[in-house]
Structure formats: structure tokens, C-alpha cells
Design a binder for this molecule. Sequence first.
Ligand code: MSP
Length: 657
Amino acid sequence: MENKKRFYITTPIYYPSDKLHIGHTYCTVATDAMARYKRLQGYDVLFLTGTDEHGQKIEDKAKEAGVSPKEFVDRIVEGPQGVKDLWKLMNISNDRFIRTTDDYHVAAIQKIFKKMYENGDIYKGKYVGKYCKPCESFWTESQLVDGKCPDCGREVQDAEEEAYFFRLSKYADRVQHLLEDTDFLEPRSRVNEMVNNFIKPGLEDLCVSRTSFTWGVPVDFDPGHVVYVWVDALFNYTTALGFLNDKYDDYEKFWPADVHFVGKEIVRFHSIIWPAMLMSMDMPLPKKVFGHGWLLLDGGKMSKSKGNVVDPYLLAQRFGVDALRFFLLRTFPFGSDGNFSNEALINTINVDLANDLGNLLSRTVSMVGKYFGGTLPETQAEDAGKDAELVELISNLRARYEEQMERYAFQNALNEIFKVIDRANKYIDENTPWVLAKDMEANGPRLARVMYNLLEALRVCAVLLPPFIPQSAAEVLRQIGACEDCQTWESAGVYGSLRKDVTVQRGENLFPRIDMDKELTALEEIAAQAKKAALPALEVEPQLEEKVDFDTFCKSDFRAVKVKACENVKKSEKLLKFTLDDGTGTDRQILSGIAKWYKPEELVGKTLMAIVNLPPRKMMGQESNGMLISAVHTEHGEEKLNLLSLDDKIPAGAKMC
Ligand code: MSP
């Protein structure tokens, strides 16, 4: 065991700010495929995933939900249909799961931060720049695209505060060399992007602490500062091995990582900031960062805020986990973007899994049953002319597959497998077993060899398929009667490992064909229902049947009013007293029963709409001259009120008509 070759692979650690979607699932499934492939080859694999739980976004979301940040992330990480549940469902074989709120990680991050401070690579300064809250990223003015975040295109905020900085600029040359002169970052196209967009314009020092929120790892030697979430997050790859902590003892064994799989928008963090910080810490660099493409929906990125996320739970439930895993890696080249659609998913299942693989298996097993009672005879007759091509393809498959897997080209590796499956299906038609079976005495040995070759084709494919479809591949091996020795990586490189007198076991149809039209309609219906369920339960008052004549309505005098002052009315829980500029030069007082929804101070300065020609009314001993206009509805049984507010450009006294 100790002498086994080692392989350490990681996924990004996910933000538990919302439920994960199919885009997140894509990266983890790919990492799982790689980890399973390396285990199959005999490596001692460590596959790490986890969650990145600090930062302002999480703090804000928790506040919105009315719970503490820890309670909030606990729910999304550990709760039903949470992150851990999803990986279990998708049959993800991670060996370890790190949460950045774990004590051992927090303590290690404090030590790491201090070490870089002590070696002079972290220093205190003042941060003036732009911050993208959803991405938790700082940007300089020159990095913005049209004044917006270059990653997500959203608005950025001005940021100015005392902060610690990491001397990223010091490492610019070394990082550029790493990117340009080694194959640290793949695909190569991402190298140009990093060098041209980030390094050549000049790498500025990076702001690595924040004081405007508290949900983060505290800088222990300077209370009030929390460590920038990306510093906290990136070092997870080492703390999860036991770096500067006693929780694990695998750092020496597994660091440096063999590969970090990351989505393309976080390549910048992994290929520039991460190596620079490791250089500062004098730690070995990971061997590779692979930046994969995005799964798009209708050409755009999936995101909760756009409301276009695809739910992996729903797809796995309708099509099966293996079919979903297979689709993700079969359809899209890993390094490029790909467009997700239900049609593409169903089509892949029908063509590759139901038609090609599923049919080959069920036809072969049922023919062995029908012609030989389930067990092949040892006496078999080859026909070199007819067998050579298939046998050659089977014999070389492992090498061709390996070449592609080593390049993380999952789609190509599957192409190689499906070349054999297609060839085997064609081999059935060429050899017409049903014709041979008409004269078993003369053709029995030949028919037996035809069946054997089909079983061998299925075996080698099924030995190489577990990274993609772990459960179904095991079922193929069971149905074709593969012994343990002929399920190994070594045996996949050799034609003829299966016993000649193999006994097959008939089983369930692995991938039933899906009725495309019916399924698409069902999925559309589910999506419509989900959309409806996501809308707040609005209860709006019915419209009045009674009509008001036009002249009467025109007598109502609606005006823009500016709030000069606002306060609670003593002894009243409901009333707010407004002093308003109504454009006449004399202040107007209006009382309004909205204290339940608004604090007086948040309304000062606002431009509102009021009806100003109502007769005066006395409330709690004070006079009210008019009424402020609000929108009222009921949500989940609770009354909601929103004052109608106007653009501040509208002057006080402007008439509404
Ligand atoms: N927390 C950081 C990673 C820190 S790693 C030290 C983060 N988290 S994330 O939850 O926003 O994203 C995790 C991964 O999911 C990223 O690699 C991201 O690219 C990937 N994906 C999110 N949506 C995706 C698609 N639609 N398609 C493919 N991958 C996508 O970033």
C-alpha cells in the first residue's frame, strides 16, 4: 500500500449560499470520474471536495433568512437536498469533505496569514477600489468592464478601508514564467487570457483582509479584520491534508496536488494568486490547474439570481444518476462551454445508452441464453477475416482511452469506448448469429466465438466505464458473467481474459428508451409548476365594481411631497407624523398608520405621493392634512405595505395626473 503511486485531486469548494445546480454538479462529476479512473489504474487516490462558507454574501443571506451565518450554512451543507446529499445522490466518491468553518481549518488559516505577515509578504495599507459582492472579488478601476465586474457583469461598489495587502506584484515574474513556460495551467488557451488580461497590465498587490463584516476567519493579531475569503478558501487544499493542523496527517503524502479542477471564472485565483501565495509560504506548487468550461442554458450562465438553474435532483430522479453523469461528460468537451438542454440529455440517453450500449448487452446476453442455455462451450471457431477488426479494437481500447483520460478529455475517452460498442453492434449484423443458429451442429463453434467476442467487447468497455456510470458498468459486468480477475485495469488491456465457458446472467434492461415528446412535455409542466410555487402567495384585494365618474376623480389633488421630518406619534404604535414640503412654501403635516412597516429615519429625504385636498382629520390629538399613498397586499397571510415613492428628481408640489 505504501509504495502505491499517489494521486491527489480536488474540486473547488462550493459557496453554500443557495442550493447547488447542474453546473456545480458538472465539475464534481468530472472530478469523480478522474478519481475513479486513477483508482482503477491502481493509484492511492485522495479526492477532496467541500464548502467555502465565509464572506459577506453568506453573512447577508443569513441576515435575510433571520438566522446566524453558521445555522444558514449548516442547513445548505448538511440539510435535506444539501451539498452533501447531492454528492451522495450523484455517487460521488470523495474521500474527504472540508468545511472552511471547521475549527482545524480556521486555526490553520490564522497561522498561514501570520506567517505571510511575518515574512513581509502581507502588510497593512489602505484599500481604495471596487468590490463585487456576489463574486467576493476586489477589482481595480482598470480591470472593470464597462464599469462592471469583469466576471459576472454586475454593479461593483466603491470600497475604501484599512486593510492588509499581499505582495502579489512581487511574484508577477515567477507566475508569468510558470504559466508561459510550463504546463501548469490547461487548457493552453486560458494561459493567454491570464497573462494578457491580468499579468501584463501589471499585477497589483491584493487586498487580503476586510473590516466591513465579521463572518470570516479573524486575523488573530489585529481584531476587527477578517481574512479575505479567497485566501481562506484556497488554502483548504492543504489544510484538508493536515497542513498546520493535527486533524489529518496526509500533507507529506499527498501535497502537491496532482490537479485542481476549477471552473473558468476562478482560474485567475488558482493560477495567479494561489501559486504566488504558495511561493510566499515556500510550499510546492500543485502540478496542474485545469480550467473547465461552463454549462450554459440558452447560451447564458446559470445562476439563481437569473432564475435559470437546472435542478440535478429532478434530472437524476427522472433519468437516473448514471444517465445524468454520462450525459455531462459525453456531450461537452471538458475545456469548453456547452449548452444544456433537455433534448440533448434525452437524445444522448436514447442513442448511446439505450440503443448502442443497452441493446448490445441485452441482445448478446439473450442470444447466449437462447443458443447455449446461458453458458458458452469451450470449443470455439475463430474466423480471422471476420474477427480481426473487432478484436484489434478491443485490444487497443485501454491504451486509446488512457491517452484521452490523461488529458482530461472525457468526451474523447467515451468516443473510444463507443467506437468499440458501435463496431460490436455492426459485428452482430455481419455475422448473423440467427442464421448460424439454424445449423448448430455445423456452426455451433463459430457461433460460440461470435458470442464470446461480443462479451469481450462488452467486458473491456464495462471495465473502463465505471468513472462515468459506476452502477451500470458493474451491472454489465454482472450480466456478462465477468469474473473478478477480468474486471481489473490490467485485464482491460488484454483481449481474451473472459473464461471461454463463461455463464451469463440475464438482467434488467439497463437504459429504457425515453419517449422524447412525452418527456419534454412532462418536464415543461414541472418547470411551470415550480415557477408558480416560487412566486410569493400574493393575495390582492378584489377590484371594486362600483365606478367613480371622471369629474369626481379629477377633483382629487395628488402631489409629490418631500419628507422633511418624520417621527413616531407618542403613545401610538401605528402612527408616524410627517412634516412635508408640498411645494407651497408652507410645511404640511400628515399622519399615517404605517409605523409597523417603516422606521421614521429611513423615510427622511424621500419623495412620496400624497393626496392633499382631503378635509383635515384629527388623530391622537394631532391634525393630518392629507394621505400618503401606499400599495397594500397580503403575503402568506401577512399584510404588506409599500409607500409609493417617486424619483428624487421630481420637485415637491408636482401634480400627479
Ligand atoms: N467558492 C469558490 C471556489 C473556491 S475554491 C478554493 C466558488 N464556488 S462556487 O460555488 O461559486 O462555484 C464552484 C464551482 O462551480 C466553480 O468552479 C464554478 O465554475 C462551477 N460552476 C458554477 N456554475 C457552473 C456552470 N454553470 N457550469 C460549470 N461550472 C459551473 O467559486
